[in-house]
Design a protein around this ligand. Sequence first.
Ligand code: ATP
Ligand code: MG
Length: 393
Amino acid sequence: MTTLPSLAAAPWLQAPALRCILAVIAAWGGEVRVAGGAVRNALMGEAVTEVDLATTLSPAQVIAACTAAGLGVHPTGIDHGTVTVVADHHPYEVTTLRHDVETDGRRAVVRFTDDWQADALRRDFTMNALYCDAAGKVYDYADGFADIQRRRVAFVGSPAQRIAEDYLRILRFFRFHARYGAGAPDAAGLEACVEAAPRLDGLSAERIRQEMFKLMAASGAIPTLRLMAGAGILGHLLPYAEDWDVLARLPPDPVLRLAVLARDPLAMKDRWRLSNLEARRLEDIVCLTAPRPGLRPHEQRVILHQMGPQAWSDLVRIGWARSGAAADDPAWQDLLGLPDRWQAPEFPVSGRDLLALGMAPGPGIGEALRRLEDWWMASDFVPGRQELLDRLK
Ligand code: ATP
Ligand code: MG
């Protein structure tokens, strides 16, 4: 058996806010450990961005202990045992140990326990089932450390059974593989995912969107998506185009990648319940004309002014990826950097100015303003307020 490394020296474990919460729970008589992603990332040498805690105290006891200690307490996920505790402005999710008693394939019905092993065995992947205590001692109930070392995402227990408890785990399997895996995915896990793929149709749009956006932000997203396509899984999530080479040239931005991956990007707004901002970006990408190198500098400025910096950057990145030009191509680089070098001044005339000049209120005002702005853009944004007003007269 391999000896597990100690995390005693990890800086995040020594953060005063975390030490405070650990001490408060211990003083109330509870056992408490860091659980899941933080331990996994620390053992992999990856950055730890989020520290979640598991405890033998009930949620009510966590609330009592932390309130008495003057910490901020928010019952964010109280029905599945999670309380968010804020120390020194840092939030930590504290979850009571659980074990699954029954599931309907979407949400597990859980019961609280003080059995660490039971809590580990209800988790999805062996690499997510690790804990470390306040002294940095690591606990591994599912042989997760071995899988961390070979970067293999493997289900805890029987893959088919774990997937049947919650079909979202199919997507989590690929998401964690894209982010942390190396080489081919675990064969038994993959086979069970392929088998259960039709059940993805029953998951809520929100859960699919959340996992898929995380997947698409991962470094290994494109080979993983390609694998999901080949295995007949991706088709259950969206009608997709197979522009794999273009996708591989895009930065790891889920909206950009979705714009190229989805055969009908505009349909994704409803299909995955995208935010207005995400939907707006997709709409601009689909509907606006992409800037290309070779445009005159003045034309570039007019286009940038009209579409705004976000659409500009999105369209340049996709145009660049589709062009096949090298990643350090100077002409595309120059185009991408325009919003950093230049910003249009604010158009210095408003409808109120036109009314003050005696124009009648009504649609004519907007019309006249638009014509004036066209002339201002054609004059490369140079004319000032007075010159524009003179022109109106
Ligand atoms: P990330 O860095 O992406 O947040 P994470 O490991 O913290 O990674 P979460 O989705 O935040 O992932 O979940 C936290 C922990 O809860 C996981 O490590 C896993 O142990 C457990 N978990 C979350 N969702 C599931 C699920 N659907 N089935 C089983 N266990 C789960
Ligand atoms: Mg997390």
